[in-house]
Design a protein around this ligand. Structure first.
Ligand SMILES: [Zn+2]
Length: 255
């Protein structure tokens, strides 16, 4: 059984209804799904869907590229008002220096990130961290503002040294489609060296389809390609990766 710990099945890229996609996931060995919000509107959809379907969970948060969608003072109330018993995480939150080059906006991203770590601590929830070209700063923020229930660095794209620091902080490392890309040496290196009890898998669906689905919409049931590649790199049976990442995902979100 597979746990997709990070997907955006509400995305408008999909032609079909979110419930249809989830049904197909269940038919194809993906039995647990974490729907991740990037702003309040999408987080509400995640929460609503998680309440309707067993095996589906939700996360609520403001993505660093969505900080203009809400003022920092309003985040806490919106989260408090919408959260449910199947909302198991705050995220995705963090820093994105790949898309954002403006220094003032980067500073605001940091403020939103810290604010949401504080909210996660009040609610006793882990966080889902998005850190693109900003892993060093994200680690630095988490050292100064620890998250009590820890969390995951999703779609991890940092170095082996950074991975080790993150593991030391008690966080999980999320790997997805890029680990299957031919020239993606860093994710492959991470797949090889990450302690197995710290690894979770995810699709970031509809984005980041694995080989051989590149150029298509990504679905949670394409995770078997990610599992197979990690298993090949680590020289173990696919079943080992499938089972350990399933159980790690449950521990990450306290399921
Ligand atoms: Zn995402």
């Amino acid at each position: 059984m597979i746990f997709d710990t990070h997907c955006h099945l509400y995305d408008e890229k999909f032609n079909e209804n979110i419930n249809e996609i989830i049904k197909r996931c269940f038919e194809n060995n993906v039995s647990l799904i974490m729907l991740v919000g990037d702003n309040i509107k999408n987080s509400k959809t995640c929460i609503k869907t998680s309440l309707e379907i067993e095996g589906v969970f939700s996360s609520i948060g403001i993505h660093p590229m969505e900080i203009d969608s809400i003022s920092i003072e309003d985040i806490e109330k919106e989260i408090q008002d919408n959260i449910s018993n199947k909302t198991l995480s705050i995220g995705e939150i963090g820093l994105d220096y790949y898309w954002e080059k403006d220094e003032d906006t980067k500073k605001r991203q940091k403020e939103y990130f810290i604010k949401q770590i504080e909210i996660a601590n009040k609610l006793n929830l882990p966080i889902i961290v998005h850190a693109r070209d900003s892993v060093e700063d994200a680690i630095d923020i988490l050292k100064k503002n620890p998250c009590l229930k820890k969390g995951v660095f999703h779609c991890f794209s940092g170095s082996v040294e950074q991975m080790k620091e993150i593991v030391k902080l008690g966080f999980y490392i999320g790997l997805d489609g890029p680990v299957t890309y031919k020239n993606a040496n860093t994710p492959k290196q991470i797949a090889k060296e990450v302690p197995l009890d710290r690894l979770v898998i995810e699709t970031d669906s509809p984005y980041l389809p694995p080989v051989p689905k590149r150029g298509e919409i990504n679905y949670p049931y394409y995770l078997n390609y990610v599992i197979e590649e990690i298993a090949r790199i680590r020289e173990v049976e696919s079943k080992v990766i499938e089972e350990v990442t399933f159980s790690n995902g449950k521990k990450l979100f306290n399921i």
